[in-house]
Design a binder for this molecule. Structure first.
Ligand SMILES: CC(C)(COP(=O)(O)OP(=O)(O)OC[C@H]1O[C@@H](n2cnc3c(N)ncnc32)[C@H](O)[C@@H]1OP(=O)(O)O)[C@@H](O)C(=O)NCCC(=O)NCCS
Length: 246
């Protein structure tokens, strides 16, 4: 049975996976669920300083055990999202498209001429749990994060955030700008009812700020001194996107 609830994602007849294809000139790029077989590519990318220096979370060096933990947990998030949509389609065939908490696709891949694909990177869209959520009042910050987490799925006042990275071999080709644009337009806005997104980039990460600015984000805060990460003092840029401004 065709799963209408995956709309407007397509389904790959070769492996049954939902996918989002980027528009021209990036139609050779698709976004799919995470796969267990992505681990070697993720380890390579995470051990490249052109990527790792700008990421707060992943450890460096990035080892097999890190990939095992991260991929297993995050693949499950994609699988749960797909199962929820299958269940909805089964219970309410022909019903309205359900508003959901997460996106079933996140892994950026390049499709080769023979139909095989290569893992290139990741985009995740989650509720914002960052201590920078609103202002510099530490006590208030925790309660804001708690309140953001407690809201019902689909509440337009939820503050979301985006994390992303791309293999250095494919930087500066407009891929991440196009991938975020497509994910916002085709899934995040219509299916998660996202109205507010706050994103965070280390000061000096011009690539990340460039991607967000091209997608309508505005710089709302700069902190010259933020925290020490991987042996370097880092500052922070905070950008915000509001649906009503687009
Ligand atoms: C940030 C990142 C995802 C950008 O992906 P990308 O596909 O290379 O970005 P795009 O090609 O869409 O670039 C969009 C704009 O950003 C700017 N930009 C991109 N890379 C840049 C760089 N290295 N230096 C200066 N500006 C840059 C440009 O304005 C560019 O637009 P233009 O090429 O039309 O001038 C990628 O560089 C990356 O993975 N970096 C390491 C991980 C990371 O920083 N993740 C984000 C954490 S907040």
């Amino acid at each position: 049975m065709v799963n209408r609830q995956l709309s407007p994602l397509q389904v790959n007849p070769r492996n049954g996976e939902p996918f989002l294809q980027l528009p021209s000139p990036h139609e050779h790029i698709i976004i799919t669920p995470l796969r267990l077989t992505d681990k070697p590519a993720i380890i390579d990318i995470m051990n490249d300083k052109r990527v790792s220096q700008w990421l707060e979370g992943p450890p460096y060096p990035y080892l097999q055990e890190h990939a095992d933990l991260w991929v297993d947990a995050n693949k499950e998030v994609c699988d749960v999202a797909i199962r929820e949509l299958e269940e909805e389609n089964r219970i309410h065939p022909g019903g309205p498209l359900k508003v959901v908490e997460s996106c079933p696709v996140r892994s950026i891949r390049e499709v080769k001429a023979d139909g095989t694909d290569v893992f290139l990177g990741d985009i995740r869209v989650d509720r914002c749990a960052n201590e920078e959520l609103d202002d510099d009042n530490a006590d208030k910050e925790n309660s804001l994060v708690d309140a953001n987490m407690a809201k019902q799925t689909g509440d337009p006042s939820i503050v979301w955030t985006i994390g992303d990275y791309l293999a250095p071999s494919h930087h500066r080709q407009g891929i991440m700008s196009a991938a975020i644009a497509a994910l916002l337009k085709d899934w995040v806005i219509p299916r998660c009812n996202v109205h507010i997104i706050r994103t965070y980039a280390m000061l000096g990460n011009e690539g990340s700020v460039g991607v967000f600015r091209k997608n309508g984000f505005k710089l709302v805060k700069t902190k010259k001194v933020w925290k020490e990460l991987k042996g370097k003092e880092r500052g922070l840029s905070v950008l915000e996107w509001r649906l009503e401004d687009q």
